[in-house]
Ligand binder design. Structure first.
Ligand SMILES: C[S@@+](CC[C@H](N)C(=O)[O-])C[C@H]1O[C@@H](n2cnc3c(N)ncnc32)[C@H](O)[C@@H]1O
Length: 450
C-alpha cells in the first residue's frame, strides 16, 4: 500500500521548486545521514509495519501490529515532524500591494461581503488580485464592500475569504415593515411570478454585532408577518431555508443587520449564493467521541462541496493525529484509512477496523495503490504542503483532494493564490478554496484529478 521514498531524488523535486531534495535524516546529526544511510533512504528506525503494510488487505481489523505501525523508538511519537529548509516554488504572478480605503458601509448597488473576524484584509486583497475594478473597501467589522464580484472567463470567481454576501438592493432601518417592503420589491424585480424563496436575517461575526443575534431573530419574525400582508402570493411560496430554495431553483433573500441598527437587504438566486447558511456560518455537529474539533472542518468541507467518500473508499489522511478526520472517515463514511503522522492517534480510533496508522513523515512516503481520496491537515508550511499535494496528482496517486492549508502568516490571499497555482500545475482541477466557518487561520482547498 505504501512505501517510503528511497534515495535523494534527482531533478525536479516538488517541494524545492526544481532543486534536488535536501532533507535531514530523522535521527543523527543534521546533514549527516543516520547510520550512514541516505537522507531520504530507508527509515532509520523501526518499520511502518511488521512486514509490508497492506491497505484493505489482511491488516484491516486485525492485530495491533498491522493496525498501528509502531516504530521501535518510542520517542518518535513525541518528536515534532521533520523540519526542512527548502525553497518554495517561485510565484508565477506578481501580487500588487493593496492600500486600504477608509471603512464605510455598503450602499445599494454594491456587494456586501462578510468574513471571518479579522479576515477583512484577506478578502480585500483577494478581490483586488482577481479584479482591481471590484474596488473593495472595509465596510465594518467582518464586512467588506465591493463594486462587483470578480469574473474569470465569464464565470464568477469563488472567493475564499467571503463567507457570505449579496448585492445590496436597499439599505433600510431595522423595522419589519421597511425590510418587508424592500424584500417584496426585490423579489418582484427578480421574478414576475412567485417562486420558491428563502429568507435569512444575519449579523456579521464580530464582537459588536454578535450580541444582536436575538434582535435579528425577532426582526425576521416581524418581517415575515409584514410580508404575509403586503405580498401574500410570495408568502405562500416561501421555503424553510436556502438549501430548499437552491434545490427548487429559487431565490434567496438576505438581510444583514448592522451594529448601527441599519439593514442591508438583497435578493439573488440561491444557486449564485456564496453560501446557503445564514451569514455563511455552517455549523456542524460532531459527537463528543471524536478525537478533535478538527473533525468539524472535514464535515463542513463535505457539506460545502456536497461530496463525500463512499463506503469502502481508500483514503489517505496526511497529518492525521490525533485522529478527528480519520475518525469521521472511519465512523461516518465507513472508508478504509491510511493515517500518516509521526504522532499518536487517539485511543478512540486506534485499532478500528479499516485503519492503518503509518508513523512517518508524509514527505517521504509513496502509496503502492491509487487512493480514492487524499486528505491533508498537516501543520506544515503551505507552499511545501502544496508541492507535496501537487506531487500526489502528478504521480496519479489519488483522485480527489481535500486539504486544510495552514496560514499563520500575513498575506494569506497571496499564499492561497500560490498554493492554487502549484496544485493546478500538478494536475489538480476544479479547484475550490474556502475559509470555512470552522477554519481558523487556515483555508480548505478541494480538487479532483481528471
Ligand atoms: C492540525 S493536526 C491534524 C489534526 C487532524 N486532522 C485531526 O483531525 O485530528 C496537524 C498534524 O500534522 C502533523 N504533521 C506535521 N508535519 C507532518 C509531516 N511532515 N508528516 C506527517 N504529519 C505531519 C502533526 O504531527 C500534527 O499531528
Amino acid at each position: 500500500m505504501v512505501r517510503r521514498e528511497r534515495g535523494p531524488r534527482r531533478g525536479n523535486d516538488e517541494r524545492s521548486g526544481g532543486k534536488p531534495a535536501r532533507g535531514r535524516p530523522e535521527r543523527g546529526r543534521p546533514g549527516k545521514p543516520a547510520h550512514g544511510k541516505p537522507a531520504h533512504g530507508k527509515p532509520t528506525h523501526g518499520k511502518p509495519t511488521q512486514g509490508k503494510p497492506s491497505h484493505g488487505k489482511p491488516t484491516h481489523g486485525k492485530a495491533p501490529q498491522g493496525q498501528d505501525a509502531q516504530p521501535r523508538d518510542r520517542d518518535a511519537a513525541r518528536r515534532p515532524p521533520v523540519q526542512r529548509a527548502t525553497t518554495p516554488p517561485p510565484a508565477r504572478r506578481v501580487f500588487p500591494t493593496v492600500t486600504l480605503a477608509a471603512p464605510s458601509p455598503a450602499r445599494a448597488g454594491e456587494w456586501l461581503l462578510t468574513t471571518r473576524p479579522g479576515a477583512e484584509l484577506d478578502l480585500i486583497e483577494e478581490l483586488y488580485f482577481n479584479d482591481e475594478k471590484s474596488a473593495p473597501r472595509p465596510a465594518g467589522a467582518s464586512l467588506v464592500a465591493a463594486r462587483a464580484r470578480p469574473k474569470k472567463h465569464g464565470q464568477t470567481v469563488e472567493l475564499a475569504f467571503a463567507r457570505q454576501g449579496f448585492l445590496v438592493a436597499e439599505t433600510t432601518s431595522a423595522s419589519g415593515s421597511e425590510i418587508a417592503r424592500a424584500i417584496a420589491t426585490a423579489l418582484h424585480a427578480a421574478s414576475r411570478v412567485p417562486v420558491a424563496w428563502a429568507f435569512d436575517i444575519w449579523v456579521p461575526d464580530s464582537d459588536v454585532a454578535n450580541p444582536l443575534n436575538a434582535a435579528a431573530t425577532a426582526l425576521e419574525a416581524e418581517t415575515l408577518r409584514e410580508i404575509a400582508t403586503i405580498a401574500a402570493s410570495w408568502s405562500v411560496t416561501r421555503v424553510p431555508d436556502a438549501r430548499v430554495a437552491f434545490s427548487e431553483n429559487g431565490l434567496y433573500a438576505q438581510v444583514c443587520l448592522l451594529p448601527d441598527r441599519r439593514c442591508a437587504v438583497g435578493v439573488g438566486w440561491a444557486r449564485d449564493a456564496i453560501s446557503l447558511a445564514p451569514g455563511g456560518r455552517l455549523r456542524v455537529h460532531v459527537p463528543s467521541a471524536a478525537p478533535s474539533r478538527a473533525a468539524m472542518k472535514l464535515l463542513e468541507a463535505f457539506a460545502w462541496l456536497d461530496r463525500a467518500p463512499e463506503p469502502g473508499d481508500l483514503c489517505v489522511d496526511l497529518g492525521a493525529a490525533p485522529g478527528g478526520w480519520t475518525w469521521v472517515l472511519l465512523e461516518k463514511y465507513r472508508t478504509r484509512v491510511l493515517a500518516v503522522d509521526p504522532a499518536n492517534l487517539d485511543k478512540s480510533v486506534v485499532g478500528q477496523r479499516g485503519l492503518v496508522h503509518l508513523r512517518a513523515d508524509a514527505f517521504k512516503i509513496e502509496p503502492e495503490e491509487t487512493m480514492d481520496w487524499l486528505f491533508c491537515d498537516m501543520a506544515f508550511r503551505p507552499l511545501e504542503v502544496a508541492g507535496l499535494l501537487a506531487k500526489w496528482a502528478r504521480r496519479q496517486w489519488a483522485r480527489m483532494l481535500i486539504a486544510n492549508i495552514k496560514l499563520p502568516m500575513r498575506k494569506k490571499a497571496e499564499i492561497m493564490a500560490r498554493v492554487r497555482d502549484i496544485l493546478e500545475d500538478g494536475g489538480w482541477t476544479n479547484l475550490r478554496v474556502r475559509q470555512l466557518y470552522h477554519d481558523r487561520d487556515e483555508c480548505t482547498i478541494a480538487g479532483v484529478r481528471l
